[in-house]
Design a protein around this ligand. Structure first.
Ligand SMILES: *[C@@H]1O[C@H](CO)[C@@H](O)[C@H](O)[C@H]1NC(C)=O
Length: 329
């Protein structure tokens, strides 16, 4: 297995130490994923998907398999809302097989998946999705609330964005599994500190932050103001290259007017076609597609290359950025 993590003994020691002194260890858990022998990396991003293959989920999965084979994909990122409508009931919920294992069956997709939770996942048993029991059932599965992943020249910072959004704490229509999140102000303050520290310590060539919720979006949900206020300044200050999210059921690229950040939505894993797009400055909105699909990303030392695909395998949009290192001699 390509993924290396802290040994259980080390983790246990960390947790025991934290419990004894009554503080949260202000460090994101860190994982490693080996890249290709030439140092390059390719991965797919899909979000908002688990509907037992329905709403074109199976067609998205099929095309992911084809693109993944072509690009020899190293891993797959899920931007959350993994299981509709209300996450998993427990680790034995058949939805895990029906919406994940039995849908993403292509040979090229038999790789490690790195997932975060979405707001719909929090409506069920949020801790079930984080359980190693699921990884025993399907070795591809890996989901934590927040963590970081080192892969060659690139570092990924996965951020648990659901607790940021105020409305989930006031609405009465749904209940959320906030175990481990309360008291909320402490949880958010700690998480922001952990992300900031991890970004500052990173000397990766490319920095990518992944969360479920939008930062900026012309789609149905629109911007997530809480993230714009609290998380965005940290991303800007630390020169993050990409913020990748789901939540809006569409495919989208928005360029920041005042930094190198690109805001990428890949939330077209199943039900889409919401039909309400908000007007956006065309200089910033590089691409918007209201239907199903996914994103492919290929990274080398010099370049990040993105492409979005629909359920027919059409490449809808392509974008790349290059940063060359100038020799000082
Ligand atoms: C499936 O995708 C096709 C082609 O994009 C679209 O016309 C159709 O409405 C989609 N079906 C659903 C249920 O979203």
């Amino acid at each position: 297995m390509a993924m290396i993590k802290y040994s259980p003994a080390v983790l246990l020691l960390l947790y025991m130490t934290a419990a004894m002194v009554g503080v949260v260890v202000a460090e994101l858990q860190r994982f490693d994923h080996a890249v290709k022998s030439d140092g390059s990396l390719s991965f797919l991003v899909v979000g908002d998907w688990g509907r037992r293959g329905l709403y074109n989920q199976s067609n998205v999965a099929y095309q992911m398999g084809k693109v993944g084979e072509k690009t020899d994909v190293d891993f797959i990122i899920s931007t959350g809302d993994n299981f509709y409508d209300s996450g998993l009931i427990d680790v034995d919920d058949p939805a895990f097989f029906e919406s994940f294992s039995n849908v993403y069956t292509a040979p090229s997709l038999q790789k490690q998946w790195y997932s975060v939770l979405g707001n719909h996942d929090y409506r069920g048993n949020a801790l079930a999705q984080l359980s190693p029991v699921l990884t025993q059932k399907d070795s591809r599965w890996f989901c934590l609330k927040s963590f970081m992943l080192h892969a060659g020249n690139t570092e990924f910072f996965f951020v648990d964005t659901t607790p940021f959004q105020d409305k989930y704490f006031t609405e009465t229509k749904h209940t959320y599994d906030w175990r481990g999140v309360l008291p909320r102000p402490d949880y958010i303050a700690n998480l922001l500190k952990e992300v900031d520290i991890a970004l500052k310590e990173s000397n990766a060539k490319w920095k990518i932050v992944v969360g479920h919720h939008t930062m900026f979006s012309a789609g149905d949900h629109g911007n997530t103001q809480e993230l714009v206020d609290k998380l965005l300044p940290i991303l800007k200050e630390n020169e993050v290259n990409l913020y990748i999210n789901g939540h809006d059921h569409c495919l989208q690229q928005i360029s920041s007017p005042d930094s190198k950040l690109q805001f990428l939505t890949s939330g077209g894993g199943s039900k889409a076609w919401r039909g309400n797009t908000n007007p956006w400055n065309p200089n910033e909105l590089k691409f918007y597609y209201d239907g199903q699909g996914f994103m492919n990303c290929e990274i080398t030392y010099e370049k990040i290359q993105l492409a979005f695909y629909d359920i027919f395998g059409n490449e809808l949009h392509k974008w790349s950025v290059s940063e060359y290192v100038h020799s000082s001699s």
